[in-house]
Design a protein around this ligand. Structure first.
Ligand code: PEP
Ligand code: CO
Length: 472
């Protein structure tokens, strides 16, 4: 039997006996019930791939994860706003320098708009360089009358609809690692090697959207920033002297779903002695795998990276509190971000009581709005899509609830790309269902294209500026 499908042992420690890290090890998750993990047909090749991954260098460093947690702690207290975005699922097929650069460009543009309009530091986090494993609502699907395993993301199996392609292959974890490493290398070069220099703010625009209203508005902001920098330089504050002008911090994140991969990249930090999952700076628990009794929560409680927890309108408050006890027993600010994905029709009812309960309990939470995952619909032509209008409605309600409760709307989490895909309907160009077939490339959920994402950036900047004005 593969180790991935081993049942929970009768002797597994219960939560009561295991509240601290005393009985945590990077493989203690293996004794607990697991959901959404693949069944590998061959245990020895799985173990060989795990050993191979363990020998490979870490992708991120503990010090970087700590720096992110400090920034998230500030954002928890209202001194910062998180912009987290990227593909629903990265893929081996769409791996190119252009698409990495274009995603970074649109995130940098949105961050500039938010920082400039709302005068608020923006913490930029990509869903990138590791976002390869997907939770699914069904384990299998029928294709040409044959039942085949469901696609679970490129680090697990292949999208092609046949039984061979869909068989989980542990070597795909190695390929995902190398792709993540190449992606991260390019992101580091772009963000620290001059591309993200604020003096280049004009050059981040995408060629295919230059004449849209968002880009005209963006060019205006870029012009004002350029003038401000020229003024600063005339005063002797040059980008040579000030790293914040020349470089930018960019962090990576993904769902910690495929625990074999996450365990193999977990390393003990030589400075603090603590364990960090060095596959990304921030890891999150998905809506389907966040049970406090499950393997995923057990794994994440022991690593010191900042964490996200996805949370739908159905989340039970007591269960969430137990999860927070487990993940953040000392209630450190910046350790846990709750990424609420309730849906535009439900957030109004579900968010206020949750917010009140956790505030009353004194929990340090950074609240992030994911307006994508509660708003997925099937178009009449069969495509999975999301409407720009509904996405904005959820974000607006998120801000309104925080305004009413006197709490800080700490960030947004988007599925988006720098490419000109046609996967979500609406936006300034009023994309219709009939356009979906034009460039529908996602391997999983529909993403905002660069133009739609920048439009969201402008609208959120307005909401954030208003929120700050009302609060002062
Ligand atoms: C996702 O972020 O792609 C995802 C599957 O989210 P959730 O766990 O919120 O459904
Ligand atoms: Co998704």
């Amino acid at each position: 039997m593969s180790s991935a499908s081993a049942p929970a042992l009768a002797t597994s420690p219960t939560r009561e006996t295991c509240k601290t890290k005393v009985c945590w090890s990077k493989d203690s998750w293996r004794r607990l019930p697991r959901l959404q993990m693949p069944e590998y047909p061959d245990n020895s090749s799985l173990q060989a791939a795990e050993r191979q991954l363990e020998q490979l260098p870490p992708l991120v460093f503990a010090g970087e994860a700590r720096a992110l947690q400090r920034r998230l702690a500030k954002a928890t207290r209202g001194q910062g706003f998180v912009l987290q975005g990227g593909d629903c699922a990265e893929s081996f097929a769409h791996y190119s320098a252009e698409s990495i650069r274009d995603l970074l460009k649109v995130i940098l543009e949105m961050a500039v708009v938010l920082t400039f309009s709302a005068t608020c530091p923006v913490v930029k986090i990509g869903r990138v360089a590791g976002q390869f494993a997907k939770p699914r609502s069904k384990p299998s699907e029928t294709h040409d009358g044959q039942e085949i395993p469901i696609y679970r993301g490129d680090s697990i199996n292949d999208l092609a609809p046949n039984a061979t392609a869909r068989t989980p292959d542990p070597q795909r974890m190695i390929r995902a690692y190398h792709q993540s490493s190449g992606t991260l290398n390019l992101l580091r070069a772009f963000t620290q090697g001059g591309f993200a220099d604020l003096r280049k703010v004009h050059q981040w625009t995408h060629t295919f959207v230059k004449e849209s209203p968002q880009y005209i508005a963006y060019r205006d902001i870029a012009q004002r920033i350029t003038e401000a920098i020229a003024f600063m330089e005339a005063c002797g504050i040059t980008s040579k002297a000030v790293a914040q002008v020349r470089e930018t911090d960019f962090y990576t994140s993904h769902e910690a779903l495929l625990l074999n991969y996450e365990e193999a990249l977990t390393r003990q930090d030589s400075i603090s002695g603590e364990y960090y999952d060095c596959s990304a700076h921030l890891l999150w628990l998905g809506e389907r795998t966040r049970s406090p009794e499950g393997a995923h929560a057990d794994f994440l409680r022991g690593v010191c990276n900042p964490l996200g927890v996805k949370c739908s309108a159905d989340a039970r408050h007591d269960e969430l509190l137990r999860l927070l006890d487990l993940l953040n027993p000392d209630n450190h600010a910046g350790r846990v971000s709750l990424i609420v994905r309730m849906g535009a029709d439900k957030i109004d009812d579900a968010l206020p009581p949750l917010l009140r309960r956790l505030t009353q309990e004194g929990r340090e939470i950074l609240w992030i709005c994911d307006p994508m995952h509660g708003n997925t619909v099937k178009a009449a032509n069969g495509y999975k899509t999301r409407s720009f209008q509904t996405i904005m409605r959820e974000i607006e309600t998120f801000f309104a609830v925080h305004r009413a409760e006197g709490t800080w709307p700490g960030g947004i989490h988007l599925e988006m790309t720098g490419d000109s895909v046609t996967e979500c309907i609406g936006g300034a160009r009023a994309l219709k269902e009939a356009n979906l077939a034009d460039r529908y490339h996602t391997h999983c959920d529909p993403r905002l294209n660069a133009e739609q994402a920048l439009e969201i950036g402008f609208l959120v900047a307005d909401l954030l500026a208003k929120h700050q004005n009302n609060a002062t």
